[in-house]
Design a protein around this ligand. Structure first.
Ligand SMILES: [Zn+2]
Length: 126
């Protein structure tokens, strides 16, 4: 596992961190200099990912969800916009998101529009 660098958005301190795992969410790391939890910091951005329109099976879509959640926690985005379509994948993803919310691996989620099949997931507070 190659070391990763995380920057504190508050004071600019750089720290080496290890790659995250889905069972370790939400990650916590205090800045060595200013004591802020660097994994709760964000730049206000939203990441969009499609997990339903490339012939994914439900299982593959759930695996992609985990990968994308880790990607988001590793990045500095505030939220994630998941394109899930209007079929069975959407139902499974909503169920999994509910479970992850109970585990605090994400903050909240809501369907952007049932017709367009997008879910907005908030990982970090304002
Ligand atoms: Zn800092």
């Amino acid at each position: 596992m190659s070391p990763l660098i995380r920057h504190c958005l508050h004071c600019g301190m750089s720290m080496s961190v290890t790659a995250l795992h889905i069972d370790m969410l939400p990650p916590a790391l205090l800045c060595h200099k200013c004591d802020q939890n660097v994994y709760q910091q964000h730049d206000g951005s939203c990441l969009t990912r499609d997990i339903a329109h490339n012939h994914e099976t439900t299982k593959q879509a759930l695996q992609k969800l985990d990968t994308i959640l880790l990607e988001c926690w590793q990045a500095y985005c505030q939220s994630l916009r998941l394109i899930v379509g209007g079929g069975v994948i959407r139902e499974h993803i909503l169920g999994q998101l509910h479970y992850y919310q109970q585990q605090h691996r994400l903050l909240s989620f809501k369907e952007e529009s049932p017709n367009r099949g997008a879910i907005v997931v908030r990982l970090r507070a304002a």
